[in-house]
Write a protein of this length. Structure first.
Lengths: 352, 502
């Protein structure tokens, strides 16, 4: 009983359990879900697809996890994705000859740097001007797609330069999509950074009690600023992957509502949205779970318009599971049953 | 002049889980009098006010208003019984107009529509009565705090108040504004209102009030006529030590070195502290004595860079320093255990180990991370040194008792090897055993490590026991310094009160 309780109360229980349920469902109802084919020196299959798509979400949720750890939130990520794609595609150019105007490497760096600046803008608003994170990042959420439009001059830019598509797909000679390597590298990089520096502890400290952190000599503003910059960088990298997948910059639809999926991943991973303790591993598994759910729903024929409804149901479910008062309500049920049984017994005794 | 008894509270008791907030307290208020309600923090002043205004239900006792027993269950109930309160934190709507604020919830109507003409006219008259001539159609937040306070009072008395409660009304006002408020309060007194005046400022009590009721630890000490109660007596009754009740205290050794570590030159921060000058010597335990609101904590916060002074300067070992952030102070080897352990001290969801190394890590910076092994060694060292009772060093700090939490905070700062350690009420809410341990530790730190310690406490006893020098503060000013034999409760109380003759 206690070991069961220990397992269920572990922060990774919920995302892994949800993922397990989804996989179980797919095993029965989606034919060929686990099938992986080896074709043209590459691996194909639904599972690979999911990993490919969820890599974007993983990278996003890494940034989101730290932001939420400080007690903030970054709802501008989706728009920053669009800007990142727009900058990169604009620099490489849409010439039909398949040549790049600017070397791809430089275009990518420029896009990521621009997104870091956008993150810095968010960080400035939140840490220096003390604007509520939701409102501060809302500015870029609304303005971001407009900025992306300005860059692409209101049109989608299709890139014919072949190597650009390698970011979101597979480099010839590799068997797995590049996105998986990028996401893995980001995870490893972040984990090492958290291990070797004090950022993790400071982020949690600020999220738990920012006044006390300030009184301890922690530069609270600097920490908050840094996590938003990091979130911007993550969105920038995600933007490159996203636009590479379709080999185009699509200011209107790239990364649309993805910030919400990222928040959902973080929440599913066991990090409280009020800040404090954060769980990177939880967020990663959360992201895979969310993507699996999206793919599964598409597989069973749910249209993209209906998708949000199902996601909303999942959100409600997660919120209920994390709610203390809901847990209390739940744990009271057996007691109440016992009580009513006792009173019934008494009645019986009295009748006798 | 004071007339009949307006309000009588008899045998009031109020219990909170584990605390007797009020025990058998009696209180009477006459019409046309200003009655001061005083006591140190936790004495029960606000509880008594909240019982009277129906915020808390009574556990025992009765309240009579003009001879009729009343049982207010909510602030609205109390208002119906003509009891009005102006709280310390102004609870008006800053984005509504002055007139709207006065009449909100009881707007005069004309044909079911709000009668704006009457509202604005009446509000204007009401404020003119309080010697205030302002545009009542402007929003409240376009006026200074003093005016907002006046508006709150106008609203309170327009609800046909017979009893007006002013809860620390002057804490955010300057001298001129305070005088204006007093004029108004005296005018209301002339109209026959009974006024309960809660304050920490001794001078204001003697300037304004007719009678004084003193509470201590939830019990009634007594009610006195102001002219019959000398200041020293008032202080001693509040603190709970009689004048002349001098205990022989084993004095600390005199400070060996006379080297100045830190100097405060003419520090002024408006509304916090005025013209504060102080030398802090190496190896001394320097006490800040004074009542709550005397500027003790505010001064400490300036020394630690939490607040910036408006005027004046700080210097360390002769070199001028400017702190724009606590981290600057930490880099100058200053440490600060704040007054409010829960909101300013502990990081509740972090472990004891993390809480101990936090300040040290903050000082080292983000990139020079202390390895886990080293963290554990430091944590173990201080857990042993301060005898912190934990089940494991990875236990969350929020699950420790108050005294052990405080020890962790102290450990956090000792780990940074500070030259100046500021302790603001380190023993509040802590059991006697731990209290004694902390006091002993303070003395040892100063003696053996040549550390300067600033010690702030509301308990005069422990100040006498530990301090080698005392800076006495009253009403946001330093009014004296005591050293050696002068550190005894009589002298302290006299200095706080401002001379034995007064």
């Amino acid at each position: 009983m206690t070991t069961l309780k220990k397992i269920t109360s572990h922060h990774l229980f919920l995302p892994i359990f949800a993922l397990f349920l989804l996989l179980l469902f797919n095993a029965f109802f989606t034919p060929g879900f686990f099938m992986i084919k080896f074709q043209n020196g590459q691996l194909y299959g639904r599972v690979i697809d999911i990993l490919n798509r969820s890599s974007i979400l993983i990278v996003l949720s890494l940034g989101m996890t730290l932001v939420i750890g400080t007690g903030g939130i970054d709802i501008s990520q989706g728009s920053v994705i669009a800007i990142s794609g727009a900058i990169c595609c604009y620099l490489i150019g849409g010439s039909g000859s398949g040549e790049a105007n600017v070397p791809m490497f430089i275009a990518c760096i420029a896009a990521i740097a621009a997104c870091a600046i956008l993150g810095a803008w968010n960080g400035f608003l939140v840490s220096k001007l003390k604007i509520q994170p939701m409102v501060a990042t809302l500015i870029l959420l609304t303005a971001g797609r407009g900025i992306a439009m300005l860059i692409t001059k209101g049109q989608n830019i299709t890139v014919y330069y072949k190597p650009f598509t390698y970011i979101g797909n597979t480099i010839p000679g590799n068997i797995l999509p590049t996105t998986i390597f990028i996401a893995t590298a980001m995870i490893i990089l972040l984990v090492i950074t958290l291990k070797k520096t004090s950022i993790g502890m400071f982020v949690q400290s600020v999220g738990i009690n920012s006044t006390a952190s300030h009184y301890t000599g922690i530069k609270v503003n600097k920490i908050i600023f840094m996590v938003y910059v990091f979130s911007g960088i993550c969105a920038g990298i995600a933007g490159l992957m996203e636009s590479s997948m379709i080999a185009a910059a699509d200011p209107n639809n790239a990364g649309l509502n993805m910030e919400l999926d990222a928040i959902l991943s973080v929440a599913l991973g066991g990090t409280l949205l009020s800040g404090g303790k954060f769980y990177l591993g939880g967020s990663v598994i959360g992201a895979i779970t969310i993507q699996t759910m999206t793919t599964t729903l598409y597989a069973v024929g749910v249209s993209s318009e209906q998708l949000p409804v199902y996601k909303a149901i999942v959100v409600i479910f997660i919120c209920l599971l994390q709610s203390e008062s809901f847990k209390a309500l739940f744990s009271r049920i057996p007691e109440n049953l016992k009580k009513s049984k006792l009173t019934e017994d008494k009645k019986v005794v009295m009748k006798v | 002049m004071p007339g009949n008894e307006l309000l009588t509270m008899r045998g009031i008791c109020k219990y909170f889980p584990g605390v007797k907030a009020l025990q058998n307290v009696d209180f009477t208020l006459k019409s046309g009098e200003i009655h001061a309600l005083v006591g140190e923090n936790g004495a029960g002043k606000s509880t008594l006010i909240k019982v009277l205004t129906g915020v808390y239900p009574l556990d025992a006792g009765e309240i009579f208003m003009c001879g009729k027993q009343i049982e207010p269950h909510s602030p609205l109930d109390a208002q119906r019984e003509n009891i009005s309160t102006v709280y310390q934190e102004i609870n008006l709507c800053p984005n509504l107009s002055v007139a709207e604020n006065i009449f909100i919830g009881r707007e005069p109507r004309k044909m079911r529509m709000i009668d704006w003409k009457t509202i604005n006219k009446k509000a204007k008259e009401l404020l003119n009565d309080l010697n205030l001539d302002i545009d009542v159609t402007k929003t409240l937040d376009s006026f200074p705090v003093a005016v907002q306070q006046m508006v709150a009072i106008a609203r309170a008395i327009d609800i046909e108040a017979k009893v007006l409660i002013l809860d620390e009304p002057t804490s955010s006002l300057d001298e001129v504004e305070t005088q204006h408020l007093f004029t108004v309060v005296r005018k209301l007194k002339g109209k026959g209102l009974g006024i309960i005046f809660v304050t920490h400022f001794i001078n204001q009590i003697y300037e304004l009030c007719d009678r004084i009721t003193i509470l201590r630890n939830g019990e009634l000490v007594g009610t006195y006529n102001t002219e019959e109660l000398p200041r020293v007596q008032l202080i001693s009754k509040m603190i709970g030590k009689e004048l002349g009740d001098i205990q022989s205290v084993s004095k600390n050794e005199d400070v060996k070195s006379k080297e100045v570590y830190m100097t405060a030159n003419n520090i002024t921060s408006y509304g916090c502290i005025n013209n504060f000058n102080l030398d802090i010597y190496k190896g001394e335990v320097l006490g800040f004595a004074g009542l709550l609101g005397s500027g003790r904590t505010e001064t400490a916060e300036i020394l630690f860079g939490i607040n910036k002074p408006d005027k004046g300067s700080l210097s360390i070992e002769g070199k001028p320093v400017k702190f724009s952030d606590p981290s600057d102070a930490v880099n100058h080897k200053i440490a600060f255990c704040p007054e409010d352990r829960k909101t300013q001290g502990i990081i509740g969801d972090l472990s004891v180990r993390e809480n101990i190394i936090l300040a040290m890590q903050a000082k080292n910076g983000i990139w020079s991370h202390i390895p886990l092994k080293e963290q554990e060694r430091i944590a173990d060292e201080y857990i042993k040194l301060l005898q912190i009772k934990v089940s494991s060093k990875d236990q969350l700090i929020k699950n420790l008792s108050g005294g052990n939490q405080q020890k962790v905070i102290i450990a956090r700062w000792l780990a940074t090897n500070p030259y100046l350690l500021i302790l603001d009420e380190p023993t509040r809410g802590i059991d006697i055993g731990t209290k004694a341990e902390i006091q002993k530790m303070i003395i040892e730190l100063a003696k053996e490590k040549d550390m300067s310690v600033i010690f702030i406490s509301s308990e005069i006893d422990e100040m006498i026991r530990t301090c080698t020098r005392l800076a006495v503060l009253r009403d946001r000013e330093k009014v004296g310094e005591l050293v050696g034999k002068d550190i005894n409760s009589d002298e302290i109380m006299k200095t706080i009160a401002g001379g034995v003759d007064q």
